[in-house]
Design a binder for this molecule. Structure first.
Ligand code: TMP
Length: 212
Protein backbone atom coordinates (compact mmCIF):
# COMPACT_ATOMS: atom_id res chain seq x y z
CA UNK A 1 0.00 0.00 0.00
CA UNK A 2 1.51 3.34 -1.08
CA UNK A 3 2.04 5.83 1.74
CA UNK A 4 1.36 9.59 1.38
CA UNK A 5 4.33 11.53 -0.07
CA UNK A 6 4.73 13.49 3.17
CA UNK A 7 5.64 10.33 5.08
CA UNK A 8 9.23 9.32 5.74
CA UNK A 9 10.83 6.31 4.06
CA UNK A 10 11.19 2.93 5.71
CA UNK A 11 14.58 1.31 5.10
CA UNK A 12 15.53 -2.16 6.32
CA UNK A 13 19.10 -3.49 6.57
CA UNK A 14 19.10 -7.23 6.97
CA UNK A 15 21.39 -10.24 6.73
CA UNK A 16 22.46 -13.45 8.41
CA UNK A 17 24.62 -13.69 11.52
CA UNK A 18 28.26 -13.01 10.61
CA UNK A 19 27.53 -10.74 7.65
CA UNK A 20 28.87 -7.68 9.52
CA UNK A 21 25.45 -6.04 9.84
CA UNK A 22 26.09 -4.60 13.31
CA UNK A 23 29.23 -2.72 12.28
CA UNK A 24 27.48 -1.44 9.14
CA UNK A 25 24.60 -0.12 11.27
CA UNK A 26 27.06 1.55 13.71
CA UNK A 27 28.76 3.21 10.72
CA UNK A 28 25.42 4.46 9.36
CA UNK A 29 24.45 5.89 12.76
CA UNK A 30 27.68 7.88 12.81
CA UNK A 31 27.48 9.05 9.17
CA UNK A 32 23.79 9.95 9.23
CA UNK A 33 23.51 11.49 12.68
CA UNK A 34 21.85 14.85 13.10
CA UNK A 35 19.43 14.29 10.20
CA UNK A 36 15.80 13.25 10.27
CA UNK A 37 16.71 9.57 10.20
CA UNK A 38 15.81 7.38 13.17
CA UNK A 39 17.41 4.01 13.89
CA UNK A 40 15.78 0.96 15.35
CA UNK A 41 16.20 -2.80 15.45
CA UNK A 42 14.39 -6.11 15.65
CA UNK A 43 13.71 -8.22 17.59
CA UNK A 44 12.81 -5.45 20.02
CA UNK A 45 13.01 -1.88 18.85
CA UNK A 46 13.20 1.75 19.77
CA UNK A 47 10.07 2.99 21.51
CA UNK A 48 8.82 -0.32 22.84
CA UNK A 49 10.14 -1.63 26.16
CA UNK A 50 7.75 -4.57 25.77
CA UNK A 51 9.28 -5.53 22.39
CA UNK A 52 12.75 -5.25 23.98
CA UNK A 53 11.62 -7.60 26.77
CA UNK A 54 10.38 -10.08 24.16
CA UNK A 55 13.84 -9.84 22.51
CA UNK A 56 15.43 -11.08 25.73
CA UNK A 57 12.89 -13.91 26.00
CA UNK A 58 13.21 -15.11 22.41
CA UNK A 59 17.03 -14.94 22.11
CA UNK A 60 17.91 -16.58 25.43
CA UNK A 61 19.50 -20.03 25.21
CA UNK A 62 17.14 -22.69 26.60
CA UNK A 63 17.10 -26.38 27.43
CA UNK A 64 13.44 -26.90 26.53
CA UNK A 65 12.26 -27.34 22.96
CA UNK A 66 11.02 -24.06 21.43
CA UNK A 67 8.40 -24.68 18.75
CA UNK A 68 8.64 -22.84 15.43
CA UNK A 69 5.09 -21.55 15.96
CA UNK A 70 6.07 -20.11 19.36
CA UNK A 71 8.99 -18.26 17.77
CA UNK A 72 6.75 -16.90 15.01
CA UNK A 73 4.23 -15.57 17.51
CA UNK A 74 6.88 -14.01 19.77
CA UNK A 75 8.71 -12.25 16.92
CA UNK A 76 5.38 -11.07 15.50
CA UNK A 77 4.16 -9.79 18.89
CA UNK A 78 7.37 -7.79 19.33
CA UNK A 79 7.00 -6.46 15.77
CA UNK A 80 3.43 -5.31 16.35
CA UNK A 81 4.53 -3.28 19.39
CA UNK A 82 7.51 -1.88 17.49
CA UNK A 83 5.61 -0.92 14.33
CA UNK A 84 2.61 0.50 16.20
CA UNK A 85 4.52 2.48 18.82
CA UNK A 86 7.53 3.60 16.83
CA UNK A 87 7.83 2.89 13.09
CA UNK A 88 4.45 4.11 11.84
CA UNK A 89 4.30 7.23 14.09
CA UNK A 90 7.84 8.19 12.99
CA UNK A 91 7.08 7.70 9.27
CA UNK A 92 3.86 9.65 9.66
CA UNK A 93 5.79 12.56 11.20
CA UNK A 94 8.07 12.58 8.15
CA UNK A 95 11.10 10.89 9.71
CA UNK A 96 12.97 8.25 7.76
CA UNK A 97 13.44 5.02 9.72
CA UNK A 98 16.31 2.56 9.31
CA UNK A 99 15.57 -0.78 10.93
CA UNK A 100 18.18 -3.42 11.67
CA UNK A 101 16.09 -6.47 10.59
CA UNK A 102 12.32 -6.80 9.99
CA UNK A 103 9.78 -9.45 8.87
CA UNK A 104 12.25 -10.73 6.27
CA UNK A 105 14.36 -12.09 9.15
CA UNK A 106 11.39 -14.10 10.43
CA UNK A 107 10.85 -15.59 6.98
CA UNK A 108 14.56 -16.43 6.67
CA UNK A 109 15.13 -17.86 10.17
CA UNK A 110 11.79 -19.30 11.31
CA UNK A 111 10.48 -20.54 7.94
CA UNK A 112 13.57 -21.32 5.81
CA UNK A 113 16.09 -21.93 8.62
CA UNK A 114 13.76 -24.20 10.54
CA UNK A 115 12.64 -25.91 7.31
CA UNK A 116 9.04 -24.91 8.06
CA UNK A 117 7.76 -23.44 4.80
CA UNK A 118 4.46 -25.11 5.68
CA UNK A 119 4.01 -22.25 8.19
CA UNK A 120 4.03 -19.58 5.46
CA UNK A 121 0.24 -18.95 5.61
CA UNK A 122 0.26 -18.84 9.41
CA UNK A 123 3.13 -16.35 9.24
CA UNK A 124 1.45 -14.23 6.54
CA UNK A 125 -1.66 -13.86 8.72
CA UNK A 126 0.38 -12.86 11.77
CA UNK A 127 2.55 -10.53 9.70
CA UNK A 128 -0.41 -8.69 8.22
CA UNK A 129 -1.55 -7.84 11.74
CA UNK A 130 1.97 -7.17 13.08
CA UNK A 131 3.05 -4.77 10.33
CA UNK A 132 -0.27 -3.16 9.30
CA UNK A 133 1.00 -3.65 5.74
CA UNK A 134 4.19 -1.67 6.40
CA UNK A 135 6.77 -2.95 3.88
CA UNK A 136 10.28 -1.56 3.40
CA UNK A 137 10.60 1.17 0.75
CA UNK A 138 14.26 0.16 0.45
CA UNK A 139 15.54 -3.25 1.48
CA UNK A 140 19.29 -3.82 1.79
CA UNK A 141 20.50 -7.38 2.23
CA UNK A 142 24.07 -8.10 3.32
CA UNK A 143 25.00 -11.39 1.74
CA UNK A 144 28.07 -13.52 2.30
CA UNK A 145 29.05 -17.12 1.77
CA UNK A 146 27.76 -19.24 4.72
CA UNK A 147 31.18 -20.77 5.54
CA UNK A 148 32.75 -17.32 5.72
CA UNK A 149 29.90 -16.05 7.94
CA UNK A 150 30.44 -19.05 10.24
CA UNK A 151 34.16 -18.26 10.55
CA UNK A 152 33.29 -14.69 11.49
CA UNK A 153 30.72 -15.84 14.08
CA UNK A 154 33.24 -18.15 15.67
CA UNK A 155 35.84 -15.44 16.01
CA UNK A 156 33.24 -13.00 17.41
CA UNK A 157 31.67 -15.56 19.79
CA UNK A 158 28.06 -16.73 19.44
CA UNK A 159 25.59 -14.69 21.49
CA UNK A 160 22.08 -16.00 20.78
CA UNK A 161 20.21 -19.27 20.28
CA UNK A 162 20.37 -18.67 16.53
CA UNK A 163 23.95 -17.78 15.73
CA UNK A 164 25.24 -20.98 17.32
CA UNK A 165 23.04 -23.18 15.09
CA UNK A 166 24.67 -25.55 12.58
CA UNK A 167 25.94 -24.60 9.11
CA UNK A 168 22.96 -26.21 7.32
CA UNK A 169 20.58 -23.95 9.28
CA UNK A 170 22.52 -20.84 8.26
CA UNK A 171 22.68 -21.96 4.62
CA UNK A 172 18.89 -22.32 4.63
CA UNK A 173 18.57 -18.87 6.27
CA UNK A 174 20.77 -17.38 3.54
CA UNK A 175 18.61 -18.98 0.83
CA UNK A 176 15.54 -17.55 2.56
CA UNK A 177 17.00 -14.06 2.60
CA UNK A 178 17.96 -14.18 -1.08
CA UNK A 179 14.50 -15.42 -2.00
CA UNK A 180 12.79 -12.79 0.14
CA UNK A 181 14.83 -9.86 -1.17
CA UNK A 182 12.94 -10.11 -4.47
CA UNK A 183 9.59 -9.47 -2.81
CA UNK A 184 10.17 -5.80 -2.03
CA UNK A 185 9.53 -2.85 -4.36
CA UNK A 186 13.22 -1.90 -4.21
CA UNK A 187 15.94 -4.18 -2.90
CA UNK A 188 19.72 -4.21 -3.10
CA UNK A 189 21.92 -7.20 -2.36
CA UNK A 190 25.33 -6.07 -1.09
CA UNK A 191 28.30 -8.42 -1.35
CA UNK A 192 29.37 -8.54 2.32
CA UNK A 193 32.42 -10.62 1.42
CA UNK A 194 34.22 -7.43 0.35
CA UNK A 195 36.35 -5.36 2.72
CA UNK A 196 34.64 -3.88 5.76
CA UNK A 197 35.18 -0.32 4.45
CA UNK A 198 33.78 -1.15 1.00
CA UNK A 199 30.66 -2.81 2.43
CA UNK A 200 29.93 0.14 4.73
CA UNK A 201 30.43 2.68 1.94
CA UNK A 202 28.34 0.63 -0.44
CA UNK A 203 25.38 0.54 1.97
CA UNK A 204 25.67 4.26 2.77
CA UNK A 205 25.78 5.12 -0.97
CA UNK A 206 22.65 3.06 -1.64
CA UNK A 207 20.75 4.82 1.15
CA UNK A 208 21.84 8.31 0.07
CA UNK A 209 21.03 7.54 -3.58
CA UNK A 210 17.54 6.39 -2.53
CA UNK A 211 16.81 9.35 -0.25
CA UNK A 212 18.14 12.10 -2.52
P1 TMP B 1 20.78 -9.55 15.83
O1 TMP B 1 22.00 -10.35 16.12
O2 TMP B 1 20.77 -8.96 14.48
O3 TMP B 1 20.44 -8.58 16.92
O4 TMP B 1 19.54 -10.60 15.80
C1 TMP B 1 19.30 -11.46 16.84
C2 TMP B 1 18.98 -12.85 16.35
O5 TMP B 1 17.56 -12.98 16.17
C3 TMP B 1 19.62 -13.28 15.06
O6 TMP B 1 20.30 -14.52 15.28
C4 TMP B 1 18.47 -13.49 14.11
C5 TMP B 1 17.30 -13.74 15.02
N1 TMP B 1 15.99 -13.34 14.48
C6 TMP B 1 15.08 -14.32 14.11
O7 TMP B 1 15.36 -15.51 14.21
N2 TMP B 1 13.86 -13.92 13.63
C7 TMP B 1 13.49 -12.61 13.52
O8 TMP B 1 12.37 -12.30 13.09
C8 TMP B 1 14.45 -11.60 13.92
C9 TMP B 1 14.08 -10.16 13.80
C10 TMP B 1 15.69 -12.01 14.38
Amino acid sequence: MARPATWGKFIVVDGGDGTGKTSVIDFLKEELKGGDILFTREPGGTGSPLAEEIRGVVLRKRDERVFAETELMLFSAARLQHVGNFVLPALRRGNHVISDRFSSSTIAYQLYGNGRLDLQKFFDNLDRVATSGCVPDLYILLDVDSEEAMRRRHSAGATSRFDERELAFHKAVRAGFLETANRFPRSVIVDAGKSDADVKQNVLDEILKFLN
